[in-house]
Design a binder for this molecule. Structure first.
Ligand code: BGC
Length: 767
């Protein structure tokens, strides 16, 4: 094959022709949806097959529209697949991303606007610990996807937040695979209930951005299975996502998109996944290896991709049956798509209603870290001195493919006024002018981070005057991150100007017996330990989407009682992080690291801090409420495990205002052949809104799979005999009730394949 262009032109000509002249001959051709998929594949030419696995190129590279075939009607989408009209195969439209539909808001030929809802970022969603709520978000998100003419959303992202500096952490849920897997499943179910597809990504072990197209994550089999694959496994088995995106990185030296062990042995043979895998945009090098591995679609599609696959079939280095298998999987999904159903999308999702859900969700998920002397909620109509540039410029979400073009962005100054508070107008003007001036130098490239707005120095006179006049001070600290870069070690800490601001305001307001609240509008875990004593209350707002300012105000005012819990640990210092020596690579100061040794093994996040007795600023699972809950009546169905154990526990709101509690079940496993973390999350549930005095019984079920760890020697999931402790806690450290049970004999829960073995020596951490 000479040039893909020739193939493209040929196919498009064919496409156009066949669209207009559906003659008798083409009617006898097999048609997708009417005839078995195998028949459709049999009728495809080799050119059509390689075009289908290749995608139509990046936006802007795409060929001219074919009359009557939708090509350009969803601008800003990340990719489209080839249509084959003579066989009834339409285009499939793919768009990013995890926090909302990412499409262009303006189009040349129309003065209509195509904004999408910016939902809270993934880390905030996971902090709700509320599967029902996330499913509801998924449903409205799914509707927006459908009504904007998209077939598959390139979300959710579900990599593990291995290190606080991970550039895309905001797109991911948690440091814990169980929470990640179940929140992702709820999202996938919600979205797919609207008849559109999801694409869970980036499969797998893609926890950093530095040198992302080359980087190898060097991980042991146990850590891979228990930490980096587990969340994906849960989502695949529970929610059946329509597609999966393989990642840019390598695992133990092999690109994930070229890894038969990952994409076939584990994903298809062990997990029984039947749909299709697409590559990340431009990932991998050897396209024939990608085809063989079961990376069915190579995105976004370029001539060298289709050419090399075409030639490999021609010269016999790629069996056409493999290509057929991949094509079949893609067609299976196309047949389910809105494009195939000829769904008449409106381009008018209900953005108003969806924004309400975004606001509600952000409020249900933000985490109250500190509330000294119950300073929160604020008294009605309090006079607020509002500081910090981010109070006037809400950071709705991160940048890159996880960003969203939203119609508006509610900052905290507006949110507080909407909630009936008064804010000082002089300070507001100073900040608004400063923010405007700073932003005037921004490039506003949605794929590149603009410089953070520095905090300015405020005159002591002004601060003292405000401390006298106003009731309370609020400072927002803002941090952002994005694709293609990790944050730098120094960015873990506040800047000097931010620390100075906190100290200055705290001192002035405390001198007047008034309090300071700090709001964190951040993408990543940062230092809190060095300055938290200066704050009376701290609200971790993460990035709450376009309604962020309203959602923060809902919590500050008490309209919403906070019920979010940390999905990721806040360590006391960056040096405490278990991957400190190996992030973003090995050694850590290598600017373009070829690889990172995952020497912390399974001891990621709280699994490390709790097992090694390392104190943290705020532990995994932590979060305060304006009310208090009591835990009682922990009952377990058996004290000897046979095939399952049912756990019941009673939660009562013993405070004065309604609230919700996240109930967390951790398991402490016996030490046997394998070392075990101090405890591991194996169940969670959120109560309904409990009125004062009201109780609810929460039920969990423990199955053998939940007891098991991965034994590398026998390549199997194994529950080891011995005494287990069920811990019911309000966090991973604050355990309120516990009960023990015994497992008499080891159980081999699942036999797996010996694959993805490390090629480098990994000196794994052991307790
Ligand atoms: C990102 C993916 C994204 C894709 C399409 C890639 O650079 O890593 O997450 O879905 O682009 O925009």
């Amino acid at each position: 094959m000479k040039h893909r262009k020739n193939i493209v032109t040929f196919c498009l000509l064919l496409a156009g022709l066949s669209f207009f002249t559906l003659n008798l001959k083409s009617q006898t051709l097999p048609q997708l949806g009417k005839d078995p998929i195998k028949k459709v594949v049999e009728a495809m030419t080799l050119e059509e097959k390689v075009n289908l696995i290749g995608g139509m190129g990046r936006i802007g590279d795409m060929p001219e529209a074919i009359p009557g075939i939708r090509m350009n009607d969803v601008l800003g989408r990340a990719g489209v697949t080839y249509p084959i009209p003579r066989l009834g195969v339409p285009i499939l439209v793919l768009a990013d991303g995890p926090a909302g539909v990412r499409i262009k808001p303006h189009r040349k030929d129309s003065d209509k606007q195509y904004y999408a809802t910016a939902f809270p970022v993934a880390t905030l969603l996971a902090s709700s610990w509320d599967k029902e709520l996330i499913c509801e978000v998924g449903e409205v998100f799914g509707n927006e996807i459908l009504e904007y003419g998209i077939d598959i959303i390139l979300a959710p992202g579900m990599n593990i937040q291995r290190n606080p500096l991970g550039g895309r952490n905001f797109e991911y849920y948690s440091e814990d695979p169980y929470l990640t897997g179940h929140i992702a499943s709820a999202m996938v179910k919600g979205i797919q209930s609207k008849g559109v597809g999801t694409c869970i990504k980036h499969f797998a072990a893609n926890s950093e951005e530095t040198n992302r197209l080359e980087h190898s994550s060097e991980i042991t089999e146990r850590a891979l299975r228990e930490i980096y694959l587990r969340g994906f496994e849960i989502a695949v088995k529970e929610a059946d996502p329509w597609t999966i995106m393989s990642s840019y990185n390598r695992i133990n030296g092999t690109y994930t998109s070229e890894s038969t062990e990952l994409l076939t042995t584990i994903l298809r043979d062990e997990w029984n996944y039947n749909y299709f895998v697409m590559s990340d945009w431009g990932a991998g090098k050897n396209h024939v290896a990608q085809m063989k591995a079961g990376n069915d679609m190579i995105m976004p599609g370029r001539s060298e991709i289709t050419n090399s696959v075409y030639e490999a079939v021609q010269n016999g280095t790629l069996d056409e049956d493999i290509l057929n298998r991949n094509v079949e999987r893609i067609l299976t999904i196309i047949e389910k798509s809105p494009s195939f159903r000829k769904y008449q999308f409106s381009d008018k999702p209900n953005l108003k209603a969806n924004a309400e859900i975004a606001r509600k969700t952000a409020g249900e998920s933000m985490v109250l870290l500190k509330n000294g002397k119950k300073v929160l909620p604020l008294t009605n109509g309090a006079k607020v001195a509002l500081f910090g540039c981010t109070s006037y410029e809400n950071i709705a979400g991160g940048i890159g493919s996880g960003g969203v073009h939203k119609a508006y962005n509610v900052s905290l100054n507006q949110g507080l006024v909407n909630a009936g508070f008064s804010i000082d107008k002089e300070v507001e003007k100073i900040y608004l002018d400063f923010v405007k001036e700073q932003k005037s130098t921004w490039k506003n490239n949605p794929l590149k981070l603009d410089p953070a707005i520095p905090e300015m120095e405020l005159s002591q006179m002004l601060v003292d005057q405000l401390a006298k006049q106003m009731d309370i001070a609020v400072i927002t600290i803002g941090k952002n991150a994005g694709e293609d870069d990790d944050r730098k070690e120094e960015e873990f800490n506040l800047t000097q100007a931010e620390t100075n601001l906190i100290k200055q305001i705290s001192k002035a307001f405390r001198a007047q017996k008034k309090k300071l609240i700090v709001v964190l509008n951040i993408s990543n875990v940062i230092d809190v330990a060095s300055w938290r004593d200066y704050a009376d209350a701290i609200l971790l707002a993460w990035q709450g989407g376009q309604e962020g300012g309203n959602a923060i105000a809902d919590i500050l005012s008490g309209k919403v009682n906070p019920s979010g819990k940390l999905a990721t640990t806040f360590p006391l210092a960056y040096a405490d992080v278990p991957s400190y020596n190996n992030f973003p690579g090995t050694p850590k100061n290598d600017l373009k690291p070829a690889y990172s040794l995952y020497e912390e093994g399974i001891y990621v996040g709280y699994r490390y801090y709790n097992s090694f007795g390392v104190k943290t600023a705020y532990e995994f699972g932590y979060g305060l409420s304006y009310t208090e809950f009591s835990y009682s009546d922990l009952k377990i169905s058996n004290t000897e495990f046979s095939d399952k154990i049912t756990v019941n526990v009673n939660i009562k709101n013993k405070g004065k205002i309604p609230g919700k509690e996240v109930v967390q079940l951790y398991l402490k496993a016996p030490l046997g052949k394998l070392d075990k973390p101090e405890n591991e999350l194996k169940g969670f549930a959120k109560t309904k809104l409990l009125q004062p005095g009201e109780s609810q019984t929460i039920q969990f079920e423990l199955t053998p799979a939940l007891l098991a760890s991965y034994d590398t020697e026998s390549s199997s999931w194994m529950a080891e005999k011995g005494k287990y402790q069920i811990q019911i806690g309000t966090s991973s450290l604050n355990i309120r009730k516990s009960a023990n049970f015994n497992l008499i004999n080891d159980i081999v829960v699942e036999k797996c394949h010996k694959v993805l073995t490390p090629v480098r020596e990994i000196n794994e951490l052991k307790p």
